[in-house]
Design a protein around this ligand. Structure first.
Ligand SMILES: Nc1ncnc2c1ncn2[C@@H]1O[C@H](COP(=O)(O)OP(=O)(O)O)[C@@H](O)[C@H]1O
Ligand SMILES: [Mg+2]
Length: 299
C-alpha cells in the first residue's frame, strides 16, 4: 500500500477537519476524495503531508509514518489555491521550485524541459505568470508538483477553478501521469472528474467517510431495457443473471456486466419479448452522492 490510514483524525478544538478515517491507496491508482466544500478534504491531505499534526490515529506513506522527511521527497503536492509569484516567468517558478527541493542545477534544467512537455507549456516558459491564463497557471502548479519526479501526487482540487477546456487539459495530464505509474490522490468536489479519471473513490461528508470503493462497486449501474411481452418464463430465466431484477410495467432494470448484455437480449427475444430500447443507467454517481451527502455542488 502506498498510503494507509487507521482511524486518522484531525480536528481544530474538537471541531471541523475530519474524524476516524481508515483507508488505503494502492500503487498506481487514481484515488479520489469526493466531498462538498468544507467536507475535510484539504485538511486530510495536509495531515498526510505532515503540515498538520493529527489529533489521533495513524497513517503511513510508503510504509513510513507521516511526517518522515525522506518520504516527503517522494511526494508531489499541488495545493488548493496555489499562490503564484506573478512577477516570475514560468521557467523561473519551476527553477526556484527545483532549488527548494535541493535538486542539482543541471538536473533542474533537464527536468524542466521534460516537465514543460508534460504540462503542455513548452514555448510559454519565458512569459511572466501574470500573463498566463488560469489553466496555464494551474498547469505550471502541476509542473512544480511533478518537478522532482515524485512517486505520489496529492492534487487538491486541481481543476475546480478552470473552464471546461482547462479542466480537460488538466485531466489529460493526470491520466498521462497515471500512465507513467504515479499514484495520485485527488481531492475534488466535481462528480464528472471522479467519473472520468478515478479508479477508486471515497465520499467524505462533514469530516466522515461515508462510502469507499471502485466506481463499479459504488454505482453498480443497472442496464435498463424497455420492452413488451414480459412473461414469467422470461423473468425466471433472467433471474439467473440477476436474482434482484426489477420490473416496472414495460421496463426492467437488471444488474449485469457488459459481457452479459447479449445473453440478456437473446433470452428476452427467445421468450417473445419485443425490445424497444436498451441502455446503461446514467448519472448513478450523482444519485449516490445526493443520497449520501444531500446535494450536489457542481461548479
Ligand atoms: N486551520 C483551521 N482551523 C479551524 N478550522 C479549520 C481549519 N482548517 C479547516 N478547518 C475547518 O475544517 C473543515 C474542513 O475544511 P477543509 O479541509 O478545508 O474542507 P474541504 O477541503 O473539503 O473544502 C471546515 O469546517 C473548516 O472550516
Ligand atoms: Mg479544500
Amino acid at each position: 500500500m502506498v498510503i494507509q490510514t487507521d482511524g486518522l483524525t484531525k480536528q481544530f478544538n474538537g471541531k471541523g477537519g475530519f474524524a476516524n478515517i481508515s483507508l488505503s491507496v494502492r500503487e498506481g491508482e487514481v484515488f479520489s476524495f469526493l466531498g462538498k466544500n468544507g467536507a475535510g478534504k484539504s485538511t486530510f491531505v495536509r495531515t498526510l503531508l505532515g503540515i498538520l499534526y493529527p489529533t489521533s490515529g495513524e497513517a503511513t506513506i510508503l510504509g513510513e509514518k507521516i511526517g518522515n522527511v525522506e518520504i516527503r521527497k517522494q511526494i508531489g503536492y499541488l495545493p488548493e489555491l496555489f499562490q503564484y509569484q506573478n512577477w516570475l516567468t514560468g521557467y523561473e517558478l519551476l527553477f526556484n521550485h527545483g532549488l527548494l527541493y535541493k535538486m542539482d542545477r543541471q538536473d533542474i534544467k533537464k527536468r524542466i524541459e521534460e516537465v514543460l512537455l508534460t504540462i503542455g507549456l513548452k514555448g510559454h516558459e519565458n512569459k511572466k505568470l501574470k500573463e498566463y491564463s488560469k489553466g496555464m497557471k494551474q498547469r505550471v502548479g502541476l509542473g512544480c508538483a511533478i518537478l522532482s519526479n515524485p512517486k505520489i501526487l496529492f492534487l487538491d482540487e486541481p481543476t475546480s477553478a478552470l473552464d471546461p477546456v482547462g479542466r480537460k487539459q488538466v485531466r489529460d495530464i493526470i491520466c498521462n501521469l497515471k500512465n507513467q505509474g504515479k499514484t495520485i490522490f485527488l481531492n475534488t468536489h466535481l462528480l464528472s472528474e471522479v467519473e472520468m479519471i478515478s479508479d477508486r473513490v471515497a465520499i467524505l461528508d462533514k469530516g466522515q467517510m461515508k462510502k469507499i470503493g471502485t466506481m463499479n462497486e459504488l454505482t453498480n449501474s443497472p442496464v435498463i431495457v424497455s420492452l413488451e411481452n414480459i412473461n414469467d418464463d422470461m423473468i425466471s430465466e433472467l433471474k439467473k443473471f440477476d436474482p434482484m431484477i426489477n420490473i416496472l410495467s414495460n421496463n426492467m432494470e437488471i444488474h449485469v456486466d457488459d459481457q452479459t448484455i447479449p445473453n440478456v437480449v437473446s433470452t428476452i427475444v427467445k421468450n417473445d419479448g419485443l425490445i424497444y430500447m436498451i441502455k446503461r443507467k446514467e448519472n448513478v454517481l450523482e444519485e449516490l452522492f445526493i443520497n449520501t451527502v444531500g446535494e450536489v455542488d457542481e461548479r
